[in-house]
Design a binder for this molecule. Structure first.
Ligand code: SF4
Length: 276
């Protein structure tokens, strides 16, 4: 799935597509996300990220040296005015096999989350469960989600700042019940490139506020912080992503990790920081 360099005569859409395909192919290779014979459920919510995910995986499928299948799946969670037909028309027009699901999780979320609270974590947990079951029922061995580079770095900071844990969304993870493997092929793709590409492609984006949920203020704050830091130093986002793949375990305070590492010393990261 290796891709060549961008030609100067390409238009903006082609240029962005090329870059996003390259980043997606790199994540797939680095983490072994797609294998011969896979049948992948692509979760398409109607947002720019999941439309882009479906597009990029379809394009890679056309040129991949291995065979894998894709099934686009949308879940209508019962939000008032959710235009499921828009997604169905899109799936038809791009010629991808698809399945439309409908399950009213909104009522459950309303019952569980106090008025004015942020419903997203309950809502996505319910959605994930439904998608896991659908994947098994449809014979899909993997579920692809549209989280991108900015989701990963925001989650890293949120986890460190508000939960005291150094972690982010996994790029590849077997679900707790062992029935599914969740993959995030857009892990290296910058959100701004996905947004620009989605606009140029005129994906029929469905607004994410139909549920009436309050925005997650912590995520918003972290997003703003990263944007401010990036304005001062444009490499900040890329550096945060790199930090996730250049961990120096011997210089962290995780005692279990230390036990596993024994006495072995790692490189001195201060040298890198000072040099950077
Ligand atoms: S924005 Fe609404 S639909 Fe989306 S995850 Fe949050 S609660 Fe669910």
């Amino acid at each position: 799935m290796r891709l060549g360099y961008t030609s100067p005569c390409m238009n903006e859409t082609e240029r962005l597509e090329r870059r996003l395909l390259r980043d997606t192919a790199r994540a797939i290779e680095d983490f072994g996300l797609v294998e011969d014979g896979d049948k992948i459920l692509v979760a398409v919510s109607g947002g720019k990220d999941s439309y882009a995910l479906l597009h990029l995986l379809s394009r890679l499928r056309e040129r991949a040296p291995i065979h894998f299948d894709l099934v686009a799946v949308n879940l209508d969670q019962g939000h008032p005015g959710f235009p499921a037909h828009v997604l169905e028309e899109h799936f038809r027009s791009v010629g991808v096999p698809y399945r439309m699901l409908r399950q009213d999780t909104l009522t459950i979320v309303k019952r569980l989350v106090p008025e004015g609270g942020t419903s997203c974590s309950v809502c996505s947990r319910l959605r994930r469960g439904i998608l896991y079951n659908a994947a098994v029922e449809m014979g899909c061995n993997k579920i692809a989600l549209g989280h991108h580079r900015d989701d990963l770095i925001e989650t890293l900071l949120m986890s460190a700042l508000y939960a005291g844990r150094l972690m982010t969304m996994p790029v590849k993870l077997r679900s707790d019940d062992g029935r599914n493997v969740v993959i995030r092929p857009l892990a290296y793709c910058p959100e701004e490139e996905i947004a620009a590409f989605a606009a140029l492609m005129r994906f029929p984006v469905v607004p994410c506020d139909l549920c009436g949920s309050q925005p997650n203020l912590m995520r918003k704050r972290v997003k703003t912080l990263i944007a401010e830091l990036s304005a001062e130093h444009p490499a900040v986002k890329g550096n945060l992503l790199s930090a996730l793949s250049r961990v120096v375990p011997s210089h962290l305070l995780d005692r279990d990790l230390q036990k596993r590492l024994g006495e072995s010393a790692g490189p001195d990261p201060w040298l890198d920081v000072e040099a950077g």
